[in-house]
Every structure is written in structure tokens, then in C-alpha cells.
Design a protein around this ligand. Structure first.
Ligand code: HEC
Length: 495
């Protein structure tokens, strides 16, 4: 009863959180800029690694009919760009540090970025200390908000609908917050934390997407109080082979509502997420040290929680030597689970049939060791024979995985620019030997063996070659020397 109370308390918190979110978002008459952890006047950090005091930021205003990008072009470190309600059809590139792009909500109306299914991305940032908040973003083909190697970001209070492959996608960033966003209709992951460190994903609502929240090849992520419903798969902690960063470690899924994730999987055929069975609650695929605690996991028809390795997850990894394909040290603490696995498909259906189960809350299939669970008798389980009783009973001590101070930007001087661009941009869609969104790097290397110029040409002006793939977004935002460097780097990648 106490436990139930605690869970109900958490549920209320989510509702209140979302309610407050809607209230703040919907009814705020005048913009009152709350604090960020890079408040103007505080010490920020510039790209050369030297801390500088940010002067009181200038404010730029963008009104309906004007261009957000034009304001970004004028803005300097520490500036705030206020965007008023209206419809903006553009892609906003932010390659400066400490810029806050703030949607002003008037009479419940927020500024809308509309890609009209013509444009690829709404926001693409590569700066550090970027805040993007209060926007409505609809009908893009690639991403709603994508970060490319930017650290110390805040993505907050945005409504992101039908924006193509990813909704919110910080790639290769450290120290970030994704909070109070509502996302739906995304073909891959609504929120995709890729190759990142120290990220909190809190109080978001994600639904009717292929994957709700995906933590991939990332470390120290707290995924808490999110409302994750009616996707094909709810919460995922994944390793995708062939990416430059090879581990996924230390993820807490806590206090989330993972309900009825039974949507048809409408991912791009052949992509990694196309393999997620509809009816997936929480999936841990080869990730280590994942804690699952205090979640409500209800009505997911294939399973509530599954822990498995890359092979059983249907991914090639044999050529990726740097990789441990097995999940280790998963802890399943107390969760409320009901009515999961009532109509499974594929391999799970076979396994549950053999075990004569008509439900499945928690299953473990394949290799990996040192897993533990509390009170397994409360759930319908499969294959947990090797699980120990957990020693720790709660992650209460962890309040956040964000760091108290902004971290310095990625050191570009230490890292060759081509590698940086490959990690930060290309690897979001191209893995060495798997299909994420685009063809594998190994396939690209066969086409362009001694021809980096050909790659430069293609990425500047991509033509749609493969009917079973989406179009590749043009990389015209990259300077010529970086395009060449990334092309040369891509041809040299070996795993
Ligand atoms: C948002 C996803 C995405 C990103 C980011 C991306 N690509 Fe692609 N790429 C694709 C897709 C999808 C295709 C397949 C397009 C087609 O065949 O119509 C593709 C195809 C390619 C091809 C094959 C061209 C050919 O002639 O067959 C090359 C080369 C390429 N990408 C290089 C890059 C490089 C270099 C980067 C990083 C600067 C990059 N891509 C970033 C999605 C992406």
C-alpha cells in the first residue's frame, strides 16, 4: 500500500508537471524568463575553452513574417532571441555559444515552425549553452531539434509533431536537460539521446511515435516522470553497433508511465528501430547498469520489460571489435506492472508459448550477467533464473545526472575536424555496418573508395537514390574544408 501510494504520488507529480507545463505554456501572458543555469551575468564558457563573463545579454525580437535565422546571425554570446507567435517556415542553424531562443506565448498561442514537409530540420545547433523553449514545431522531414556536439543545452516546453525521423535529438552532447516537451508522430525516436553524457529527460509526454525515448550509446542519463504511451516501443536503452562511441551505461528509468505502447511500428524498413516489436514497454539492449524503478508499466502487449543482447535484438556486431554486445548489471527495483505481454509477436510469442505464459511483465533473453530484481514474485517473468535479489532498493540519492556547472565545449583542436563532424553529424544516421537512417558506412565506402570529392558533392546536394530510404538532408551548413575533412574521415572509418 505504501508503495502504491508512492507510485500514485509520482503519477500526480507527472500530471501536475504536465499540467504546470501546459499552464505555463498556454497561459503565460508576458515572457518571464526563468533562470537557466547559464543565466546572463554568470560565467559561461566560450569555444576556445576560456571561461568568459557573459555580459547582460541583448534581446532580439522576431515577429511574424521575420526570420529567426536573421536574429541568430546578429546575436552574440549571452543574447536572448524572443520569437513571437506566428508561423516561421525555416531551418534555424545555431553555431554560436550561449544563445537562448525563447518562444513568447501570447493568449495561449506560441510561435510555430512549420516545415511544410519540405524542410528537413527546424533547429540545428552546434553551439554550446543553447536553450530552445516554447516552440511548436510541425511537419519537418528530418528532425525537430537536433544538436550536433553542443554541450550544456536545455530543450524545454516544446510541442513537436510530425517532424520526420527524430523529434528531439541531441547528438554527442554533454550536460543537457530535456524537459516538459510533448512529442508525437515521429518515425524513429521521439526523444533520441545519442552518444551523450549527463542528460536528464524529465516530465515529457511522448506518444504515437515508433520509439518514445531512446537512450543510445550514452552514459549517465536520468529518464524520469515521463508519460510514454501509445508508441510501438516506450523506453529504450540501446547500443547500436558501428557508432564511434561504443557504450551505453548508467541509465535510470524512474517514475515513468509506460502505458499501452502498442502502436504499429511505422519505422523506415531496415532501420534499427523497425525491429522493435509493437507492444514494447521498456527494452534494454546491450546497455549496462540500467536501473528500472517506480515505473507504471501497463498494457504493453508484447512485454513490460525485456533485457537482451545485440544478437537477440537482431543487430550485427561481429565486426565492431570495441563493443560488448551483452547487457550487464541491470537492476529491476519496484515497479507497478499489469497486463503486459498479452498478445506478443515473433520470438517472444514463441518463448511465452513454450513457457505457457499468457502474460509477460519481464523477460531476459540471451547473454549478459549480474542482473538483479526485487520481489520477482509480483510479476509474470521469463528467463530470470540467473537474477539475484537486488542489494540497493532505491536510487533516491540520485537527484539529477546533470553537472552543477557548464562543461567546456568539446575540444575541437584535440579532435580533428573531420572526426568531430562525423561523430557529431553523420553518425546520427550512418553506422559502420548497420542501417540507422542512411546506408551503412561500409556500403558508402564501396561506392566512394578513392573519391572524397564525390562525397562532398553528394552531401552538398544529395539526390534521392534509394527508394526504401528517406532523403538525406543537404549539409550546406558545413564549410567546404569541413565537408572535405569529414568525407576523408568517413572513408577511413573501419568499425
Ligand atoms: C538525417 C540523416 C542523415 C545524416 C545526418 C547524414 N546522412 Fe548521409 N544519407 C542519409 C540517407 C537517408 C541516405 C540515403 C539517401 C538516398 O539514397 O536517397 C544517405 C546517403 C549518403 C551517402 C551515399 C551517397 C550515394 O551516392 O549513394 C553518403 C556518401 C552520405 N550519406 C554521407 C554523409 C555524410 C558525410 C554525412 C555527415 C556530414 C551524412 N551523410 C549525414 C541520411 C543522413
Amino acid at each position: 500500500m505504501k508503495r502504491l501510494k508512492k507510485l500514485l504520488g509520482a503519477f500526480l507529480l507527472v500530471l501536475i508537471g504536465i499540467g504546470i507545463g501546459k499552464f505555463i505554456l498556454g497561459n503565460k501572458p508576458k515572457q518571464v524568463l526563468g533562470p537557466t543555469f547559464f543565466e546572463s551575468g554568470s560565467s559561461g564558457i566560450t569555444s576556445n575553452g576560456e571561461p568568459t563573463k557573459i555580459k547582460d545579454g541583448a534581446r532580439y525580437e522576431v515577429k511574424d513574417g521575420e526570420s529567426i535565422q536573421a536574429a541568430v546571425a546578429k546575436a552574440n554570446q549571452g543574447d536572448v532571441i524572443l520569437v513571437y507567435p506566428g508561423t516561421y517556415s525555416e531551418t534555424v542553424y545555431i553555431d554560436k555559444d550561449n544563445i537562448r531562443v525563447h518562444g513568447v506565448i501570447e493568449n495561449g498561442e506560441r510561435p510555430t515552425l512549420n516545415g511544410n514537409k519540405q524542410l528537413n530540420d527546424a533547429f540545428l545547433y552546434s553551439g554550446n549553452g543553447i536553450t530552445i523553449e516554447n516552440f511548436k514545431i510541425i511537419d519537418y522531414k528530418g528532425n525537430g531539434i537536433m544538436g550536433q556536439a553542443g554541450n550544456n543545452f536545455i530543450i524545454k516546453n516544446n510541442l513537436i509533431i510530425n517532424t520526420g525521423v527524430y523529434g528531439i535529438f541531441p547528438q554527442y552532447g554533454k550536460n543537457g536537460l530535456i524537459e516538459l516537451n510533448v512529442l508525437s508522430g515521429i518515425e524513429d525516436a521521439a526523444i533520441y539521446v545519442g552518444m551523450c553524457d549527463n542528460i536528464d529527460v524529465r516530465i515529457n509526454e511522448v506518444f504515437e511515435s515508433v520509439a518514445g525515448i531512446e537512450i543510445e550509446n550514452s552514459r549517465h542519463c536520468l529518464v524520469e516522470y515521463n508519460y510514454v504511451h501509445d508508441n510501438a516501443g516506450g523506453l529504450l536503452a540501446f547500443i547500436t553497433p558501428g557508432l564511434p562511441i561504443k557504450t551505453c551505461d548508467d541509465v535510470i528509468f524512474r517514475g515513468n508511465y509506460v502505458l499501452n505502447n502498442n502502436h504499429k511500428n511505422f519505422a523506415i524498413p531496415g532501420s534499427v528501430v523497425s525491429k522493435i516489436p509493437s507492444g514494447t514497454g521498456i527494452l534494454v539492449l546491450a546497455a549496462d547498469n540500467v536501473v528500472i524503478e517506480d515505473n507504471f508499466i501497463i498494457g504493453n502487449k508484447c512485454f513490460g520489460i525485456a533485457i537482451t543482447d545485440l544478437e537477440n535484438g537482431g543487430m550485427k556486431f561481429s565486426t565492431d571489435g570495441g563493443l560488448d554486445p551483452y547487457p550487464d548489471n541491470a537492476s529491476i527495483l519496484d515497479n507497478y506492472m499489469a497486463n503486459n505481454g498479452y498478445n506478443p509477436s515473433g520470438a517472444i510469442a514463441k518463448l511465452t508459448k513454450v513457457a505457457m505464459l499468457d502474460k509477460l511483465d519481464i523477460g531476459f533473453i540471451g547473454g549478459g550477467s549480474n542482473h538483479c530484481i526485487l520481489n520477482p514474485g509480483r510479476y509474470v517473468t521469463l528467463g530470470l533464473g540467473s537474477f539475484a535479489q537486488c542489494e540497493a532498493t532505491s536510487t533516491k540519492a540520485v537527484k539529477t545526472y546533470m553537472l552543477p556547472n557548464p562543461v567546456p565545449p568539446k575540444d575541437v583542436s584535440q579532435m580533428k575536424k573531420g572526426k568531430m563532424a562525423y561523430y557529431g553529424i553523420c553518425a546520427g544516421c550512418h553506422s559502420y555496418n548497420n542501417i540507422i537512417v542512411g546506408p551503412s558506412v561500409a556500403d558508402i565506402q564501396m561506392i566512394y573508395r578513392d573519391n572524397p570529392e564525390g562525397i562532398v558533392e553528394y552531401i552538398t546536394n544529395p539526390i534521392h537514390k534509394r527508394q526504401d530510404f528517406p532523403e538525406m538532408p543537404p549539409q550546406t551548413h558545413l564549410p567546404e574544408d569541413i565537408k572535405m575533412a569529414v568525407a576523408e574521415y568517413l572513408l577511413k572509418v573501419t568499425k
